[in-house]
Design a binder for this molecule. Structure first.
Ligand code: SAM
Length: 284
């Protein structure tokens, strides 16, 4: 049974990095005119209300998007992210300057799609799948699938367009998720080697996370970039201390943009002992 609901975590510090990097990746990919497909293996509900019982219970967004909201001193990559969140608030009938709604990855990508691009979204949880399906009802560019996103990924590649961005953003509820995710990405990459893969990962137990990342690092796949923010040092205590994106085949200049972005995020979201990393783990 799935118990994870992203509504508890929407807009937290991990979402800020994930969503800002996702938007930058799309912007860089759209510098080429050719169409692409966006595949989201774990899509969630699409968007979230920060006033509801889920978000209010944990209030995680206050130490994430809440710390960036209204700031005028951010790099262009974070300004673009904030503009998209403001646009989502307006789209839901609120004022652009009020932070009441938070877009999930499907809503953020939806704002960037050109007429020639398309999306395939997977969600397993019944309630979140229903919300997602309602959000994209009658949207001809978007296919919403209820099912396992890792199986869905293998069925969706290689795409007809031969260009694609895959976001793999699991809830890591089951220990075996870590291995399953790495194995699925390796299989997908064999079928679709030119795809861009963005894997989100948490650090709750450093050894567990690194064993998943090592499978990717040692797979023979070239061009693997780590983008990570540790808001505090690794710890044996319960809770997430860091989160990152493991990017296979990042578009040109994503590493530079991430470095600048993380300098800002480090000052705004980090705690004592925190650190940020942008590192090519496997080169060309
Ligand atoms: N990508 C979303 C975003 O950025 O807004 C958040 C996704 S959340 C971290 C993970 C989601 O994966 C949850 O909604 C959960 O129900 C769903 N999920 C868990 N196992 C899944 C699976 N095997 N296939 C597809 N979705 C799954």
């Amino acid at each position: 049974m799935l118990s994870y609901r992203h509504g508890f975590h929407a807009g937290n510090y991990a979402d800020v990095l994930k969503h800002a990097i996702l938007l930058q990746t799309i912007e860089l990919m759209q510098k080429k005119d050719k169409p692409f497909v966006y595949i989201d293996t774990h899509a969630g509900a699409g968007g979230y209300c920060l006033d509801d019982e889920f978000a209010q219970k944990t209030a995680e967004f206050k130490d994430g998007i809440g710390r960036l909201w209204g700031r005028q001193d951010l790099p262009a990559s974070l300004v673009h992210y904030l503009e998209c969140v403001a646009h989502f608030n307006e789209g839901n009938g609120g004022a652009a300057e009020a932070l009441v709604w938070y877009p999930g990855s499907p809503a953020l990508v939806d704002m960037q799609l050109r007429d020639k691009d398309r999306m395939v979204l997977h969600e397993l949880h019944g309630t979140d799948h229903q919300l997602l399906a309602e959000y994209f009802d009658a949207d001809r560019q978007t296919k919403v699938v209820r099912g396992d996103g890792l199986k869905g990924l293998l069925a969706a590649v290689p795409p007809l367009e031969r260009r694609g961005l895959v976001l793999i953003d699991p809830s890591y509820e089951i220990k075996s998720d870590y291995r399953d995710v790495a194995e699925a990405i390796i299989k997908a990459q064999r079928k679709f080697a030119t795809g861009v893969y963005l894997l989100w990962y948490p650090v709750v137990n450093r050894a567990q996370t690194e064993s998943m990342l090592s499978l990717l690092k040692e797979s023979g796949i070239r061009r693997q970039l780590r983008i990570e923010q540790a808001i505090k040092p690794d710890s044996d205590e319960f809770g997430m201390t860091a989160a990152g994106l493991w990017v296979i085949n990042p578009p040109w200049q994503l590493d530079e943009i991430a470095t600048e972005m993380l300098q800002s995020l480090s000052a705004l979201l980090g705690q004592p002992g925190g650190q940020v990393t942008v590192k090519w783990e496997v080169g060309e």
